[in-house]
Design a protein around this ligand. Sequence first.
Ligand code: ZN
Length: 484
Amino acid sequence: MAYQENSEMAESSRFGHLSTSLVAAVMVALTLASCGPLCVAQAPPPRSAADPHIAQAIQQVSADHIRQTIEKLVSFQNRSTISAQDEESIKAGKGIGAAREWIKAEFERYSKECGGCLEVKTDTFTEQPGDRIPKPTEITNVYAVLRGTDAQQANRIVLVTGHYDSRNSDTFNVTDPAPGANDDGSGTAVSLECARVLSKAFLSKTVLNKAGFPVTIIFLAVAGEEQGLNGSKHFAQMAKQQAWKLEAVLNNDIVGGDRGPQQDASVVRVFSEGLPAAASEAEIRRIRALGGESDSSSRELARYIADVGRSYDAGVKPLLIFRLDRFLRGGDHYSFNQQGFAAVRFTEFREDYNHQHQNVRSENGIEYGDLPKFVDFDYVAHVVRLNAATLASLASAPAPPVTVKMLTRNLENDTTLTWEPSAGAAAYEVVWRSTNAPDWEYVQTVNSGTRATLKVSKDNVIFGVRAVDTAGHRSLPVAPEPER
Ligand SMILES: [Zn+2]
């Protein structure tokens, strides 16, 4: 039961359900009995079954197309947010304005190929002078919207982003090359390639078994990252002000898999915040009382990506890092975290700082600069597959359950959970893990109703509840709130 391979959840027999529950309880009991209260024995994480249509869609990701995208971005020479964006520079193909126009045209090209399925939009604003912005500067985020096809679910949104601005050694330099192939041509390429592949899948009824995804997907490329996360900040604030039901943000920044000798191309790091940046004092108190420090919505999203990584052969495995970001560095996911959204950051395993934020040059036999030749395009393609499979899974899944409660009225060793029905759900799954386990260890299906009682003590484990549809697509799990 800890290993969930059957996607036909709704068809699970009642007997199967009961025996699953029994085995789960016995396993927990045995674990506790055999090694005592300090036991750290952990079960392998459950694995959700792959959707063959999604598996097929991610095969369309092309390393060669990604290479072309990154080389094109590099051709604009310097994509600093404060670089040129006048008509003449755009025509000459130099500066951030030219990059912006090209990204827009590229989204429009994909849209044409899917019968106009993408709405291509821009979010433009003027950033006032600040530490890294010498004068009022127009900043433009470019995005494409793949509108959900289910009227009830289309207001739910999942989003992938990368930043298309770049820099060299000097934050204020707008003339010398700032190729930004890896930082963040690679992340921009993830957004674009996800848009290309998932819009194609959208078009093909045979790929998704039905036209389109029920949930809306947004493919975003932001600017201003290097000057202070300006673009993502503006976009996240807009999402918050307009009360978007934004369920997940995947930020890809430096996913080029730099070809250094110590790179590990088999993994990509996924950073997620623990205590939510947007949590109020009261929420922090509740988290402290629950032992919920590792169950922010961003961390549940990270675990979801881990599950996708087990279910699909993306070519790269997510390595979950339970931390907001790397030391001395920040990223666009934080802008979304600050507005209370679940957002994570993908970054290659080992970064080469000679190939980031550096003037292109050679010194003492060392090559500096963020050039395409250091990028491993096959690696970026793997990262795109992981992102696309995550987006497609979330965009196919029922809404996460709401008002998930854990009854704590009486002192008892059983655990009773309740929740409200989710749109599109055929069944629910209760997942749980030891308090010291990083990922879910057990899963039990609830085939009818929105209430479950388990022979597992809430004092010893952490629970989550997720919704499942008839095809086996799972929602993000939701941690219950205690109710007295
Ligand atoms: Zn970056």
